[in-house]
Structure formats: structure tokens, C-alpha cells
Design a protein around this ligand. Structure first.
Ligand code: SF4
Length: 369
């Protein structure tokens, strides 16, 4: 298959592994953070750590939208579904994520709330069209990649006059989270030597959005695709920058990512959304300018304004290390609950539920140490 098989070629993978082994300096440690949960899964699915020299390590970042949603926002969605006569719809992973007290959207559904699993924003619009007397709320989460479809849904609802459709917006932005992670290095017990930059997000925002990584933090970043050869090639590019400099933004994923991103999608996002002054992230705390709210001209489609649901700060599960895992300070196996109490069948934290979560990756690909 084009763009898949050619990026999984075993001989090329062996060649890249040999090139990385030859490039790393034996007395140096290389700690590379993959920001995106998709990369974390790609790294383990293809056994890439086993092909790396022992002094090169991958650290896992916060790029999983389900994982970084704080308890309070999930509590808010659950209360909205339970306390208001609405149909609340969202993507599958979110239904099983534990909120305060172990509550989940699935449990809310079992208790009588009308919670629906959908595959796209178009499904949510279809529900609203089918039942005009019923309020349909789309619980929207995700980084920049999933934001344009939400914007299109809001635009469509306005164009069609769908007065019973609204969005509970939890869209977040990649650069502020990456900046917070990098800024936390001195105080947070973390040392990063280079960043594997997100691929899908970067198709939207472009590689220039990461200019601050070399300019402010003196670190290299390479935007990488999701296939194993992409990750290995980007790793080699990072090692080369670390060894020889100068540090810069490199783009390994040129077949999809440009310097300036997708102008049309960015314009649509700027039209429909506005930046929140501050937003809480699981693991990273409250970050300024790091999330989107629905802009004033579209206020009629903003579930936060339509349904006043205030919630207290959420309570994390005792012993769950998701916050530290999301900062790259701990690995999933550092968590005492990993594999003992917390498994995909009985997830205690978002990182074990989400298909992009680091704990789910360790479990799925047998990394128990
Ligand atoms: Fe949280 Fe479970 Fe991961 Fe521990 S293993 S950090 S409890 S998701």
C-alpha cells in the first residue's frame, strides 16, 4: 500500500538502526520526547526501542487529548448529561475515562443519561436534525487536528438553523503545552535533549509553529510521520542535530506538513473559536492561552453558555500517576497500579483508557518493566 509499506521496509529499518547506532556518541545520553501519543504507540507497536542503542531513550509527552482532559471538565460533561434533558454525544474513548469518584459517561448512561458514542461531528449533526425537539450536545475534545471538524459542525448548524445543537468545547493547543513541558525541565526532574514533533497537528499549524523550541529552549525538534521509518528517520535527524547543531526545526514529514500549515483550516478555526485566557490540563496544571472556547458570534452553539453546569475541582484517583506520566517524569511502569489494579479492562486513569495513552501502549505491547 502506497505511503504505508514503503515506510515499513525491514531492510531500510535495519539500515536506519545501524545509522543511529553509529551516530550516537557513546558517552552521551539522548533523551528524546515524543509529544504525541500516536508516536508513543508507533514506537512500541513496531518495537523501535529494541532497535535503539542503550543510551537513547524515548520519553512520552502529553499529546493525548483524552488523557489531558482534567477531571473537572469530565465531571461537568457527566453532570450535564445527568441533570439536563439532553443527548450528549462524543467519541468512544472518552466514555470509559474515570471522573471524580470513579464515575464515567458509560455509568451515567447506565443510570439513565442519554449518552451516545459517535464517530464524527456529522453523526452529532444528524442526531440533532432527526430530533429537533431534543437538545444535542457534542462533547468536543482534541488538539488542533480535530478542531476544524468541530468548527465545520458549528458553521453547518448555524447555516441550517439547527437551534438544538451545541458544543461543549474542550479543544486544546499544542504549542502552549509543549512550552510548559520544556519550561518545567529545571524544576520538574525532567531533562529533554530533543523533541519528536507531532505529525497530524503539524499538518494544521505547520512546522514554523515550533520555532520557539530552538529559539527559547535551545533544543532541536523534528516533525515526524507515524510510520516506523518516519520515527527512526526523525530520530536520526535529532541525533545529528544534538551532536553537531545548530539546533533548529526540521521537518521529516514533508509529504504532509508545510512550514505554514493549512491556511484554510486555520482561518476557519480563527473564525469560530477564541482563545481562553487559561485552561486546566491534567498533569500540566493551568496554562495560559492553551485552549479554545466558542467565539461570541457563535454563542448560541456554546453548551457552556446554554447550560450552566458548574463543578468543583476534580479529584484524581489515589495512587494514579497519570499526571507524572503526561509530563514525561515517570513511565507507566513506575505507577504502582499499572497492571495490578489498573488494566484496560479496569482502567483507573485516562492514560490506560485512551488509544493514544502511554499506559495503554505499555500494556498493549507488553512493556511491563
Ligand atoms: Fe494512571 Fe493506570 Fe497509568 Fe497508573 S497505570 S498512571 S493508574 S492510567
Amino acid at each position: 500500500m502506497r505511503y504505508v509499506d514503503e515506510f515499513r521496509d525491514q531492510d531500510l529499518a535495519r539500515g536506519l538502526a545501524a545509522a543511529i547506532a553509529a551516530a550516537v556518541e557513546p558517552d552521551r545520553e539522548y533523551r528524546l520526547m515524543e509529544f504525541c501519543g500516536g508516536h508513543t504507540h508507533a514506537v512500541f507497536r513496531h518495537g523501535i526501542p529494541d532497535l535503539m542503542p542503550s543510551n537513547l531513550r524515548f520519553l512520552h509527552g502529553p499529546g493525548c487529548p483524552v488523557c489531558v482532559l482534567p477531571m473537572a471538565r469530565l465531571d461537568q460533561a457527566i453532570r450535564l448529561a445527568l441533570e439536563h434533558p439532553v443527548t450528549l454525544c462524543t467519541y468512544g474513548d472518552l466514555l470509559r475515562v474515570p471522573a471524580t469518584g470513579g464515575q464515567t459517561l458509560f455509568k451515567a448512561k447506565a443510570a439513565g443519561a442519554d449518552v451516545r458514542l459517535i464517530y464524527s461531528t456529522q453523526d452529532a449533526l444528524a442526531l440533532a436534525r432527526r430530533d429537533p425537539d431534543r437538545q444535542v450536545v457534542f462533547l468536543a475534545i482534541g488538539f488542533e487536528t480535530t478542531t476544524p471538524p468541530t468548527a465545520v459542525a458549528i458553521e453547518t448548524a448555524r447555516a441550517e438553523g439547527l437551534a438544538n445543537f451545541s458544543v461543549l468545547c474542550n479543544h486544546v493547543l499544542t504549542p502552549p503545552a509543549l512550552r510548559a513541558i520544556l519550561a518545567s525541565q529545571d524544576s520538574g526532574g525532567l531533562r529533554i535533549d530533543g523533541i519528536l514533533g507531532p505529525s497530524h497537528v503539524s499538518t494544521l499549524i505547520g512546522s514554523e509553529a515550533y520555532r520557539f523550541v530552538p529559539d527559547e529552549f535551545g533544543l532541536p525538534i523534528v516533525i515526524a510521520g507515524f510510520e516506523p521509518l518516519d520515527v527512526m528517520h526523525a530520530t536520526l535527524m535529532l541525533v545529528d542535530q544534538i551532536n553537531r547543531g545548530p539546533v533548529r526545526v526540521d521537518n521529516q514529514y514533508r509529504r504532509a506538513v508545510t512550514a505554514s500549515g493549512n491556511a484554510k483550516a486555520l482561518a476557519l478555526m480563527a473564525e469560530v473559536f477564541t482563545r481562553r485566557a487559561a485552561f486546566e490540563w491534567r498533569g500540566l496544571g493551568v496554562l495560559p492561552d492553551s485552549a479554545l472556547a466558542i467565539a461570541e458570534p457563535y454563542a448560541d452553539f456554546d453548551a457552556e453558555r446554554c447550560f450552566a453546569v458548574r463543578v468543583a475541582p476534580g479529584r484524581e484517583v489515589k495512587g494514579c500517576d497519570c499526571a507524572s506520566v503526561l509530563r514525561g517524569v515517570k513511565t507507566p511502569t513506575d505507577c504502582r497500579l499499572f497492571g495490578r489494579v489498573c488494566t484496560p479492562d479496569n482502567p483507573l486513569g485516562a492514560c490506560m483508557v485512551s488509544s493514544e495513552g502511554a499506559c495503554a501502549a505499555y500494556w498493549s505491547y507488553g512493556r511491563f518493566r
